[in-house]
Design a protein around this ligand. Sequence first.
Ligand SMILES: C[S@@+](CC[C@H](N)C(=O)[O-])C[C@H]1O[C@@H](n2cnc3c(N)ncnc32)[C@H](O)[C@@H]1O
Length: 280
Amino acid sequence: MNYRHSYHAGNHADVLKHAVLLRMLQLMQRKEAPLCYLDSHAGTALYDLAGEQAGRTGEFRDGIARLWSRTDLPELLAGYRAAVQRHNPDGQLRFYPGSPQLVADQLREQDRMILSELHPEDAAELRGHFAGDPQVAVHQRDGYQLGKAFLPVPEKRALWLLDPPFEQGDDLQRALQAMQAGIQRMRQTVIALWYPIKNQRELRAFYQQVAAAGLPKVLCVELAVRPVDTTLGLNGSGLMLVNPPWPLWEELEPALPWLAGELAQSGTGDWRLEWLAGGP
Ligand SMILES: C[S@@+](CC[C@H](N)C(=O)[O-])C[C@H]1O[C@@H](n2cnc3c(N)ncnc32)[C@H](O)[C@@H]1O
């Protein structure tokens, strides 16, 4: 396990993932009924952008930093930036909250969350960070098994972020199997799978597999910051959203073109919003 999210925190992929995750949570919380958040590849809670690891790549400068002082953010992105600002009360961008922290900040007293993180150091840090919080459970276990272990949840409402590091060649397949197993156990589970846009051929096959996987509703959301046919590295990223709450897709319509324009690193940037299964 070589991947450490501290090198990448706050980059363009985090912006897309966290803005959408946060908004899905808020939309689900319009109902008073309790919900359970599952984070199968949790990373740690808070990242120091002035630290050595974030400084070495500087990826956040082409991510959250580009949004930091803007006065014209679409609503969905304004909510996300406010969630990051909460950890930087003096207005200087220094700390970046990871997915567990972003969600913990929004939990109501009736909600809870289950985190899994396999890296021993990150898992220990997470445990220490949330120690004594009765709403948070931290497990050092394989995140792909989280659905099998905890679904269905007694709350009958769950939001599950699947955010693998894609270090191994089979992450897309393992993620798809995990989503299918989760939906079989609790059909109304809301799932967000994050994936990198690097290999177009592999992705085209994946879209077809997702469409044929028997998942109820799947919305594909993508943001490219470079032409997708180059081999430079992370050209963009996507989210497969199973059972996304209304009206997320309507809110993404203005937010995605704005993001593509502002986060583009070469060319104009690009985006995609398409139902692969079911529909609104
Ligand atoms: C992309 S990072 C997570 C970022 C985090 N979800 C966020 O949005 O702030 C992926 C994490 O998964 C962890 N990991 C790798 N393989 C795992 C596995 N099989 N189960 C659980 N965690 C794993 C890595 O140590 C890493 O911290």
